[in-house]
Design a protein around this ligand. Structure first.
Ligand code: CUA
Length: 158
C-alpha cells in the first residue's frame, strides 16, 4: 500500500497527539489523585425520619445570608408541604427520598435535581424575585407521579 507523504505526516501527528493526551490524562489522574465526583453523602433510606437533618425537615437559618431547606421526597409528595424563604439569600436545598427516585424541579429556576434514595442530594440557589414558585417531580415515580408537586414562597425582607 502506498501512502502519500502528507498522509504519513498526519498519521504521525494524530498518533502523537493521542499518546500525548493519554499521557497527560494519566499523569493528572494518578499524580493529582483525580477521580469521579464524590461528596454525595449517603443515608439509610429506611431511617430517613430518624437521621439528622431529616428528623426536622423544613427551613433552617444558618446565618444572616445563608439558609438550609431540608426536604423529604416520597410517593407522592414532599415533606414539609409549606416552605418560606427570603429573597436574595443563599438557599441550600438538601433532599433525600424514602422510596424511589424522584426529582425536585423549581419552575423558572435552574434547580432541577434528581432525588435518589440512599443519597443526600444538595443544590444551592438564590432567588432573585419574590413570589410563589411551583415545584414538580419530573421523574416518573409511580401511579401518583402527576400529583407530586409543592411550592415555595419567596418573600421580601429579613
Ligand atoms: Cu415523584 Cu414523580
Amino acid at each position: 500500500m502506498h501512502l502519500h507523504k502528507y498522509e504519513k505526516i498526519w498519521m504521525a501527528f494524530g498518533i502523537t497527539s493521542l499518546i500525548l493526551f493519554l499521557t497527560i490524562i494519566g499523569i493528572t489522574a494518578f499524580g493529582f489523585h483525580h477521580h469521579p465526583a464524590t461528596g454525595m453523602d449517603i443515608i439509610d433510606p429506611n431511617k430517613v425520619h430518624q437521621t439528622a437533618p431529616f428528623d426536622h425537615p423544613g427551613v433552617n437559618k444558618i446565618d444572616r445570608d445563608h439558609y438550609e431547606v431540608v426536604l423529604i421526597a416520597k410517593t407522592f409528595g414532599y415533606e414539609p408541604t409549606k416552605l418560606q424563604v427570603p429573597v436574595g439569600k443563599k438557599i441550600v436545598f438538601k433532599l433525600t427520598s424514602t422510596d424511589v427516585v424522584h426529582s425536585f424541579s423549581i419552575i423558572n429556576t435552574n434547580v432541577n435535581m434528581m432525588i435518589v434514595p440512599g443519597r443526600i442530594n444538595t443544590k444551592e440557589y438564590t432567588f432573585k424575585k419574590p413570589g410563589n414558585y411551583l415545584i414538580l417531580c419530573n421523574e416518573y415515580c409511580g401511579a401518583g407521579h402527576q400529583y407530586m408537586h409543592t411550592s415555595i414562597e419567596v418573600v421580601k425582607g429579613e
